[in-house]
Design a protein around this ligand. Structure first.
Ligand SMILES: Cc1cc2nc3c(=O)[nH]c(=O)nc-3n(C[C@H](O)[C@H](O)[C@H](O)COP(=O)(O)OP(=O)(O)OC[C@H]3O[C@@H](n4cnc5c(N)ncnc54)[C@H](O)[C@@H]3O)c2cc1C
Ligand code: SF4
Ligand code: SF4
Length: 399
């Protein structure tokens, strides 16, 4: 069986499209499937093409530099931060730190534009890659979109159009995809000046979004869709052409619908915290009774894991130039503030084990100290996770 078939049949494809950028976008296509995810089709299956696919595909290949020993990865600083612009802070997912940093990078001339995800013009359900060149464009694409994002199929064409430089914002697997591509095509490396990652628990399909906004009484066309933001964490909100609106709390939309429909690759994901980025940003939840409080009713706060020397420099300059404001957080509280990611870092190795055995080690997650953290979870817990994962894998195979 060719490699692409193995990736897709084992539900490891993330629909990112970087394989097309690497193999030639005219040598295949990325198509939206009935299940609400994108999949590449008709790619070449020669030995050479398989070699490229293996190296570039973030579904199976993720390469760190080995310095990610601590549980939260390499960090020069762990801070809480938010955008100084109060409107941006209000609109954004958590504190608007990602957007504020992106604006800083463009306005201070560190890059020409930002590559990020945003809604497709006139089709609010669907996402696409955006090239944001101004504060207004970056803010227009703020907020988390809990749905697939075909980031890269036309990346090479975009990079070949001119000599612009970019900051990249994406999920940890998007960062891994782009870095895999840059390793294969190093002439493009100087063009990507910054990697900003958002924390990620998994990507639900478009079907999950349809299920959420399908709860509205109206059958009128959708004209706008927001998953969160406008408050922290804000509401899921769908606006329809007939003027009606459906809103749902974050707990109901993510907790009961979106977060329950994730693919295999997300369930075994070894990096939801942007281990390969310059700066990784998540929610700095306030705690109530030792648990994240989703109803604290305070302005949003982002958690920043600053990983590289240049990331540290940008944070300091963005603070000096009043793009961002900062607070402190006790790193010892991180397992409570981000319990899902804390568990995942210790359990993903176990969760991947049955799939590794079945596929004869198709996954190559290297240099992120996966083994070390898996061992710290303990044998009994680990085996329990592996069995759960094996059962889920059987279900996928039976479909
Ligand atoms: C699928 C998904 C899962 C998430 N899981 C977690 C989690 O487990 N823990 C946690 O703390 N936070 C999670 N988040 C929220 C995310 O971490 C917040 O976006 C982060 O706190 C940054 O907030 P901000 O206010 O600084 O970002 P904003 O200033 O609002 O900017 C958000 C940025 O994310 C980009 N973006 C939005 N949707 C996508 C997407 N689908 N793919 C790639 N890029 C996108 C936007 O283009 C924008 O640049 C998730 C977000 C998504 C999209
Ligand atoms: S590179 Fe992306 S789109 Fe291509 S097979 Fe891998 S995950 Fe899927
Ligand atoms: S959970 Fe991991 S694999 Fe899934 S979308 Fe998020 S970063 Fe990518």
């Amino acid at each position: 069986m060719d490699l692409l078939r193995r990736i897709i049949d084992n539900d490891l494809c993330l629909g990112c499209g970087i394989c097309l950028a690497a193999l030639g976008e005219d040598r295949g296509r990325l198509e939206l499937q009935e299940n609400g995810y994108y999949r590449p089709l008709a790619l070449p299956t020669t030995r050479e093409a398989d070699k490229t696919l293996r190296a570039v595909c973030p579904g199976i290949s993720l390469r760190g530099d080995g310095r990610q020993r601590p549980l939260w990865g390499q960090t020069r600083e762990i801070a809480v931060g938010w955008a100084t612009d109060a409107d941006l802070r209000e609109k954004a997912s958590s504190g608007g730190l990602v957007s504020a940093l992106a604006i800083y990078l463009v306005e201070q001339g560190i890059c020409d534009a930002v590559l990020q995800v945003g809604p497709r013009e006139g089709h609010p359900l669907y996402n696409e890659l955006k090239v944001s060149r101004s504060r207004e464009e970056i803010i227009a694409n703020a907020q988390s979109r809990y749905a697939p994002a075909p980031m890269f199929p036309h990346l090479k064409t975009l990079l070949d159009q001119n000599n612009d430089s970019y900051a990249f914002v994406g999920k940890p697997c998007d960062v891994a995809a782009l870095q895999n591509f840059l390793r294969l095509q190093p002439s493009y490396q100087p063009r990507i000046k910054a990697f900003l990652a958002i924390f990620c628990a998994g990507i639900p399909s478009y079907q999950a979004s349809r299920q959420a906004f399908g709860q509205a009484a109206t059958k009128a066309p959708l004209i706008a869709l927001r998953y969160r933001g406008n408050g922290w964490p804000g509401h899921f909100q769908a606006d329809f052409e007939d003027g009606s609106t459906l809103t749902m709390s974050y707990e109901d939309s993510w907790g009961k619908i979106l977060g329950r429909q994730l693919g295999t690759r997300c369930k075994i994901c070894p990096d939801g915290i942007g281990l390969l980025s310059d700066i990784a940003v998540g929610d700095a939840w306030l705690l109530k009774d030792g648990k994240p409080d989703f109803q604290a009713g305070v302005p949003g706060r982002s958690l920043a894991l600053v990983r590289t020397e240049r990331g540290s420099r940008w944070m300091a300059q963005a603070l000096d130039l009043h793009y961002i404001e900062k607070g402190t957080v006790d790193p010892a509280d991180l397992p409570l503030i981000q319990p899902y990611q804390w568990r995942r870092r210790r359990l993903s190795g176990w969760r991947a084990l049955p799939l590794q055995c079945r596929t004869r080690f198709l996954l190559r997650f290297k240099g992120i100290n996966l083994m070390r953290h898996s061992l710290s979870a303990g044998l009994l817990t680990g085996l329990r996770e592996a069995v759960g994962s094996w059962k889920r894998m059987r279900k996928v195979q039976e479909k």
